[in-house]
Design a protein around this ligand. Structure first.
Ligand code: THU
Length: 234
């Protein structure tokens, strides 16, 4: 199997630079990651960060990483952090990938799922768990926040859910639901709003606040007058 399939799933409208990888966990499970760019370049999710964070968000620890290029962005950091064995290959183990899409409808009440999901957050630095559910018309992806020793290489729950969806080639989203049990309101950070505004531009965001209340928004309303420039698209 070649990287071709995952290259179809990358989101690289600004560089056309296709990048994908597969992480194998200590227990022998396989998770893919693809590059997801953002019009604000520094918010781009490199494939390696995506795959490692997805693995951690599933309660697993990365052990090996299959890459298409040993210069892959952030590879040095993640390899050192988890003492990864790096395998540069043209034949990634795509037939063994975990299926992280939950093919069921929990439309009626996703809150119990969001609450249970908080336990999966990897939060050694903040002790502030966040959960997100990213819906398509026939199911959803789960996301929790993942923190590592380098704070800037951690990733929010919303973006973990997006990273899973892109790596699975499912990008026809319907809405996202977000929850945290601490703090006054559950609300995506500015960086997530930027990413969400590009990938779910006019979609519904349901915010399940710590006090049990719910507010519903359109993503466009959460980031008015956002950064755009047709000059950046290739
Ligand atoms: N966090 C999220 O997961 N989503 C947000 O939109 C806000 C922030 C996480 C990131 C980090 O793990 C912790 O909350 C504190 O910033």
């Amino acid at each position: 199997m070649s990287w071709k399939l995952l290259y179809e799933y990358v989101y690289v409208p600004y560089s056309q630079n296709k990048s994908a990888c597969v992480v194998e966990s200590k227990t022998g499970r396989f998770y893919a990651g693809v590059r997801i760019e953002n019009i604000s370049y520094p918010l781009t999710i490199p494939a390696v960060q995506a795959a490692c964070a997805i693995c951690l968000s599933e309660g697993e620890v990365p052990a090996k990483i299959y890459v298409d290029d040993s210069d892959s962005e952030q590879l040095d950091y993640w390899a050192k952090e988890f003492e990864l064995e790096i395998i540069e290959t043209e034949n990634p183990p795509l037939d063994k990938l975990e299926d992280l899409f939950h093919n069921s409808d929990i439309e009626s009440d996703p809150l119990p799922k969001l609450k249970a999901l908080l336990d999966k957050a990897v939060i050694p630095n903040s002790d502030f768990p966040v959960s997100a559910l990213l819906f398509t018309k026939d199911g959803y992806f789960e996301g929790v926040n993942v923190e590592v020793s380098e704070w800037t290489h951690g990733i929010c729950a919303e973006r973990v859910a997006l990273a899973k969806a892109f790596a699975a080639g499912k990008t026809e989203f319907t809405r996202m639901e977000i929850h945290t049990k601490k703090g006054e309101i559950s609300s995506p950070c500015g960086a997530c709003r930027q990413v969400i505004s590009e990938l779910l531009p006019y979609h519904e965001l349901k915010l399940h606040h710590a006090d049990g209340t719910l507010s519903e928004h359109l993503s466009i309303d959460l980031l008015p007058f956002s950064f755009k420039s047709s000059a950046l698209k290739k």
